[in-house]
Design a protein around this ligand. Structure first.
Ligand SMILES: NC(=O)c1ccc[n+]([C@@H]2O[C@H](COP(=O)([O-])OP(=O)(O)OC[C@H]3O[C@@H](n4cnc5c(N)ncnc54)[C@H](O)[C@@H]3O)[C@@H](O)[C@H]2O)c1
Length: 256
């Protein structure tokens, strides 16, 4: 029960239906419930998100689903208000919502650039800004921002994605410094290539898959659970002295 008594809000958490391919947010919801947390799963894919939360409740967990477009400040306010109204507190925020546009720089539209920066960089900023008062009220909290290895090294395929993930990495450290004295910890997670609803189609062609495996010393793709366990550590009190750090979970890719 590593998260007993804690309440967590997770963005991008719709893909959490047992028996279907899970994303990081969905897997985190399952792991958090197993470890004693009450979870609020949020996303823009409402039908699948509702099914995912219902499955957790059927298993005896305390989980609910809320619509939350992370690019919209008023929806953030509503989601946090609803969470505190339901559970009386908010201890953990996992920012996992994401999109991915692949393009060469010269073919990248302004709209694609703006969308990447909006969902990732602005979404993480809005979420962090919105949860701070509730966390302060409880005497602290943990914010876990899902960046990527592509926020550390350049993505050969997705320059706007890389820029947006790099923004999350630097913003995380800045927020960590500003709120350290209030015991609000802010850390980033940097997954390598993992099999999720976001990537399954992109990684499906044999030549793409082989190239990814060649780049990964452990010679396999990550699973959502590989990443969820790292997020669990950062969400729990086991990481009480960890803030502004970056946890790389990539099968060794960026060690080369
Ligand atoms: N899968 C990988 O290989 C990989 C690697 C590194 C980082 N990531 C990052 O991990 C995070 C989770 O991705 P995943 O791979 O688990 O896939 P996923 O498809 O399960 O998660 C992304 C979710 O974000 C939601 N979303 C998109 N736009 C949104 C918005 N505006 N507001 C709220 N929700 C929105 C989607 O509906 C989707 O459910 C993303 O930020 C992604 O960039 C993924």
């Amino acid at each position: 029960m590593r998260l007993e008594h804690k309440v967590a809000l997770i963005t991008g958490a719709a893909a959490g239906v047992p028996g279907e391919l899970m994303g990081f947010g969905g897997a985190v919801a399952h792991l958090f419930v197993r470890e004693g947390a009450k979870v609020v799963m949020t996303d823009v894919k409402d039908e699948v998100g509702e099914r995912a939360a219902a499955a957790l409740r059927e298993g005896g967990g305390d989980a609910r689903y809320l619509h939350l477009d992370v690019t919209c400040a008023s929806q953030w306010e509503n989601a946090i208000e609803a969470t505190v109204a339901a559970y009386g507190r908010l201890d953990v925020l996992v920012n996992s919502a994401g999109i991915s546009v692949t393009s060469r720089v010269e073919d990248l539209s302004e709209a694609e650039w703006d969308a990447e920066l909006s969902v990732h960089a602005k979404g993480v900023f809005l979420g962090t800004r919105a949860v701070i008062p509730a966390m302060r009220e409880r005497g602290g909290g943990s914010i876990v921002n899902i960046s990527s290895i592509m926020g550390i090294v350049g993505s050969p395929a997705a320059p706007a994605y890389s820029a947006a993930k790099g923004a999350i990495r630097a913003f995380t450290k800045s927020a960590a410094i500003q709120y350290a004295r209030e015991n609000i910890r802010v850390n980033s997670v940097h997954p390598g290539y993992a099999d999720t609803p976001l990537t399954r189609e992109v990684f499906a062609p044999e030549r793409v898959r082989e190239a990814l495996l060649r780049k990964t010393p452990m010679r396999r793709l990550g699973t959502a659970m590989d990443i969820a366990y790292g997020i669990l550590y950062l969400a729990s009190d086991e990481s009480a002295f960890v803030t502004g750090s970056e946890l790389v979970i990539d099968g060794g890719m960026t060690a080369q």
